[in-house]
Design a protein around this ligand. Structure first.
Ligand SMILES: Nc1nc2c(c(=O)[nH]1)N(C=O)[C@@H](CNc1ccc(C(=O)N[C@@H](CCC(=O)O)C(=O)O)cc1)CN2
Ligand SMILES: Nc1ncnc2c1ncn2[C@@H]1O[C@H](COP(=O)(O)OP(=O)(O)OP(=O)(O)O)[C@@H](O)[C@H]1O
Length: 189
């Protein structure tokens, strides 16, 4: 198993091992962090994602951002451009479906697609991060392809503090983050 794969395995196991209580607390702390961050940076339209596999919970943050009048978009797996994401405007009544990985995503509605250039920031999931803004994801390259676009806004990773690694191995295609937001800290780069 290569180093990246080994780190993925270790970090996915560690975040899945957090208790329900720890997960709930982290989710609420993250919501406060994100609302404050969006207010400070004057972000009015941001991409988030629905968590799975022990990822820090985003539901409380989405509710809190809606309350604060921040528009939220969610990624869906692109219907024909393999390995790419599309971002869809997400509202309380948006019809959802389960994608190939078992993650909830909005049903494709072309009129609700938000072009990258219209997003003020993208908050990304991640498996591991380091203090330089390097990000290791699930291995699909979805966010690397998205963030490689000239139209991509700044990207901030969301994570549990335990997902920090001292120094991640970096590949040529990896897109560094502009910051990482955890339940107890904001790293800005
Ligand atoms: N919540 C969330 N949504 C997201 C991502 C994410 O990391 N988190 N993604 C970030 O890119 C995209 C989905 N990428 C994913 C890539 C691999 C696997 C996964 O479970 N891989 C299995 C193998 C499954 C298979 O091949 O069928 C595995 O590694 O065990 C899941 C999601 C888009 N949406
Ligand atoms: N901009 C790109 N164009 C084409 N292929 C890419 C690009 N970025 C990444 N890839 C490919 O995607 C594959 C997976 O990359 P990597 O392991 O870094 O994904 P990841 O960051 O862990 O996953 P994700 O972004 O989905 O969470 C690699 O084989 C890489 O070659």
């Amino acid at each position: 198993m290569d180093t990246r794969q080994a780190i993925r395995q270790q970090m996915r196991d560690a975040r899945r091992a957090l208790s329900a209580e720890q997960q709930t607390q982290a989710e609420h702390q993250l919501a406060t962090q994100l609302v404050n961050f969006c207010a400070l940076k004057q972000l009015s339209r941001v991409a988030l994602y629905l968590s799975f596999d022990g990822e820090i919970g985003t539901k409380a943050a989405i509710q809190a951002l809606w309350q604060a009048d921040v528009q939220v978009a969610l990624p869906i797996l692109h219907p024909f451009s393999q390995g790419h994401l599309l971002f869809i405007d997400y509202r309380p009544d948006t019809p959802m479906r389960c994608n190939r990985y078992g993650i909830q995503e909005p049903q494709l509605d072309c009129s609700a697609v938000i072009p990258l250039a219209q997003l003020d920031a993208i908050f990304t999931p991640l498996v591991a991060f380091d203090s330089r803004g390097n990000r290791l994801g699930m291995g699909g390259g979805f966010y690397d392809r998205t963030l490689a676009s000239d139209h991509a806004p700044k990207a901030y990773g969301l994570a549990h503090p335990i997902q920090e690694q001292r120094a991640l191995p970096v590949e040529s295609w990896d897109q560094p983050l502009h910051g990482i937001i955890t339940s107890d800290k904001i790293f800005e780069l």
